[in-house]
Design a protein around this ligand. Structure first.
Ligand code: LAC
Length: 306
């Protein structure tokens, strides 16, 4: 299995490290910055003996090295600066993504593409349109990261292990994300049994703002440890055909009453990419919020040029 990662910044390089440690296939790390991906690939390769794990990783500044990849992770693009929303990256990152996706189409027409570049929902849509790939083969990483952040905040509040919290965040990977308290369980028990409505509202707000909180603290660049963990989880679900339910940014075609945009929803992920979009049962209030989230993405679509 050939797995290429385009963009060797923090998210790209850490995704490479995690994918290598899962032994999922041969990894190609690509970045236009001369030497960057080669240096990071050599460094990652040097860790094998210490770890006692063998893997194959190569770095290159030549996009042609993604040829015939089975899975391609796209992290190329700018990260937001303190005070910026993800949407403010639209103009610059869409130019970068368009170029990357034309190369993917030309060099790796069988690949499953995981988009990580922000603004995520719009960049996933752009990747789908520019590659012209089937809609099961283009997905974005956002919801599973947001779900993990929500789970962590709930776990801290309740003084429980984060791994005991099962939750789901749907909608845009941005201000319009929708953490679903009603679909959150702790060892099978619904979260509503543990937390007041006010507390849930507070944790929901903190989840939406978590990425920006980290950007503000870092001062330069955005989060990378949790994002790379979520990327590697997605790559693993595809490479090992796990058929696992994960939150992913998926092209919608009437699911949840939404069409013609990409948005975060639970999906069954396996060797074919998005094998099924899972429709949760939502209350009228949740449906309205999701449709507002969709509208906010749709209103920005016209700024994309293919
Ligand atoms: C974040 C970036 C990956 O949420 O969008 O940190």
């Amino acid at each position: 299995m050939k797995i290429s990662i385009i963009g060797a910044g923090n998210v790209g390089a850490l995704s490479a490290m995690r994918i290598a440690q899962y032994s999922l296939g041969d990894i190609f790390l690509v970045d236009i910055a001369k030497g960057l991906s080669e240096g990071k690939a050599l460094d990652l390769a040097d860790a094998q003996a210490v770890l006692g794990i063998d893997y194959n990783i190569r770095g290159s500044d030549d996009i042609n090295s993604i040829i015939d990849s089975d899975i391609i992770v796209v992290t190329a693009g700018l990260a937001r600066k303190p005070g910026m929303t993800r949407e403010e990256l639209l103009a610059k990152n869409s130019r970068i993504l368009k170029d990357v996706c034309l190369n993917i189409k030309k060099l790796a027409s069988q690949a499953i593409v995981i988009v990580v570049t922000n603004p995520l929902d719009l960049m996933t849509y752009l990747a789908l349109k520019v590659t012209g790939f089937d809609k099961n083969k283009v997905l974005g990483m956002g919801s599973s990261l947001d779900s993990s952040r929500f789970a962590n905040l709930i776990a801290q509040e309740l003084k429980l292990p984060a791994s005991s919290v099962e939750t789901m965040v749907i909608g845009a990977h941005g201000e319009g994300m929708l953490p679903l308290a009603r679909h959150t369980r702790i060892k099978g028990v619904n979260l509503e049994e543990f937390l007041s409505d006010e507390k849930m509202e507070e944790l929901t707000k903190r989840t939406v703002a978590r990425g920006a909180e980290i950007v503000a603290l870092l001062g330069s660049g955005s989060a990378f440890f949790a994002p790379s963990a979520a990327v590697a989880q997605m790559v693993k679900a595809i490479a090992k055909d796990e058929k696992k339910t994960l939150g992913a940014c998926a092209p919608l075609n009437g699911e949840y009453g939404i069409k013609d945009i990409c948005l975060g929803v639970p999906c069954r992920i396996g060797r074919e990419g998005i094998e099924k979009i899972i429709e949760l049962d939502l209350t009228d209030k949740e449906k309205t919020e999701l449709s507002h989230s969709a509208d906010s993405i749709r209103s920005l679509l016209k700024q994309l040029s293919f």
